[in-house]
Design a protein around this ligand. Structure first.
Ligand code: NAP
Length: 393
């Protein structure tokens, strides 16, 4: 990924990131403010230690309850504009009511900014896990972020809209759907499938990854998930022919293959070391990311990056955890690691590496938050990570 923000310095013909980068920050709801405060501090320290002359300027953007309190709306226009302008931001979790109330702010943000790739690296940092082969886990999941059953095309059972759609199916196609059914539509396009696959292979090429596996349920949903598989293979063949080998391992080439979604779940457990980049439609991606995160200690450790062509929004995979909000005990690792992803995105890889290494050292030396069986507070863990940073050379 290359830095696309302003200003770019050019020195000896080489494009370099600026010395001071402005990044947006959304605190979020629930445990958001607690974990994001610590993430910000750790990122600042890592940048200072890695480069001395560089720094991040954080620009607060409002969303969720804080935005409602201060601006009278959950997602002010200025927030979306702000992210677009800054080009990179770190976001805390935002609350979404289940089954009623407002549409997910996360989905609204992803749609408004066309953040079509949700990238979730899953790596082991030494957290306690019932899975005995966690050390072998090192996946990057590329989840398509804008289509599939998440597109928001659905109607509640018994509504006029559901009735209309049922009648349409009956009259046009002779298909009967039960009268008391809620109905959803699953759009998966060639455009959407190809651009996520393109991004996944680009990542694999840039990071020296060895395998890209297409995860789908194309045996059942032939014209959506099956088509996703076909279009993804097309991109591999037609656009990355010199880098990939389809279906069989060849020296120096990235293996591109596919697995049916249910099999993929057992594969990551039975053969964790064999998988690398996994690219998949929206719903599969949501499920497999949490399952994969569980192998290495749960969502408290899982970070994500939402990518568009121009904009990146990093966020922890977990939600607002209302049961522990305000207690100062949440694990800030996922938020800190999301900060590391953002640093990597802007090209400040050394600072990102420092953070990852320090988190690993803190956890393996027993300095952990409660969810991982330790006794540190959110802030205490942040301090432990910054102390460990001093030992990384
Ligand atoms: P959740 O907030 O991720 O919490 C589930 C459970 O995981 C928590 O009750 C807590 O378990 C544990 N947990 C999560 N993050 C943790 C952390 N950093 N440190 C320690 N433990 C952590 O999921 P949810 O309860 O399904 O969702 C709550 C709200 O968050 C909903 O409104 C949902 O829509 C929203 N949400 C937002 C996002 C987002 O903004 N991207 C993502 C997911 C969910 P214990 O019981 O062990 O304390």
């Amino acid at each position: 990924m290359e830095w696309k923000g302003d200003p770019i310095e050019t020195k000896n013909g080489r494009v370099r990131a600026p010395k001071e980068v402005a990044l947006g920050i959304i605190e979020g709801d629930g445990i958001g403010p607690e974990v994001m405060g610590v993430a910000k501090e750790v990122v600042n320290r890592a940048v200072e230690k890695a480069y001395e002359d560089r720094s991040v300027v954080w620009v607060e953007l409002l969303a969720g309850k804080k935005a409602l309190r201060e601006k009278g709306t959950l997602l002010p226009k200025e927030t979306i504009e702000g992210i677009r302008e800054l080009k990179a931001a770190l976001k805390g979790p935002l609350e979404t009511p289940v089954g009623s109330g407002h549409r997910s702010l996360n989905v609204t943000l992803r749609t408004a900014l066309d953040l079509y790739a949700n990238v979730r690296p899953v790596q082991y940092y030494g957290a306690p896990t019932p899975f005995s082969r966690a050390e072998e886990v090192d996946f990057i999941i590329f989840r398509e972020n804008t289509e599939d059953v998440y597109a928001g095309i659905e109607w509640r059972a018994g509504t006029e809209e559901a009735k209309k759609f049922r009648n349409f199916l009956l009259e046009e196609f002779g298909i009967e759907v039960r009268e008391d059914a809620g109905i959803g539509v699953k759009p998966i396009s060639e455009f959407g499938s190809k651009r996520i696959m393109r991004r996944a292979i680009q990542w694999a090429v840039e990071k020296g990854r060895k395998r890209v596996t297409i995860m789908h349920k194309g045996n059942i949903m032939k014209f959506t998930e099956g088509a996703f598989r076909e279009w993804a293979y097309q991109v591999a063949r037609e656009e990355f022919g010199e880098y990939v080998s389809i279906g069989e391992r060849r020296p120096g080439r990235i293996l591109v293959d596919d697995r049916i979604a249910d099999n993929m779940f057992q594969q990551i457990i039975l053969r964790p070391g064999e998988y690398d980049v996994i690219v998949t439609p929206n719903l599969n991606g949501d499920y497999i990311s949490d399952a994969a995160a569980a192998l290495v200690g749960g969502v408290g450790m899982a970070a994500g990056l939402n990518l568009g062509d121009e904009v990146a929004l990093a966020e922890p995979v977990h939600g607002t955890a209302p049961d522990i909000a305000g207690k100062g005990i949440a694990n800030p690792s996922a938020a800190i690691l999301s900060g590391a992803l953002l640093l990597e995105y802007i090209g400040w890889k050394k600072a990102a590496m420092l953070i990852r290494e320090a988190i690993k050292r803190a956890i393996t030396s027993g300095r952990k938050t409660l969810d991982l069986g330790g006794n540190l507070s959110t802030e205490g863990f942040g301090r432990a990570v910054m102390e460990e940073m001093e030992n990384v050379h």
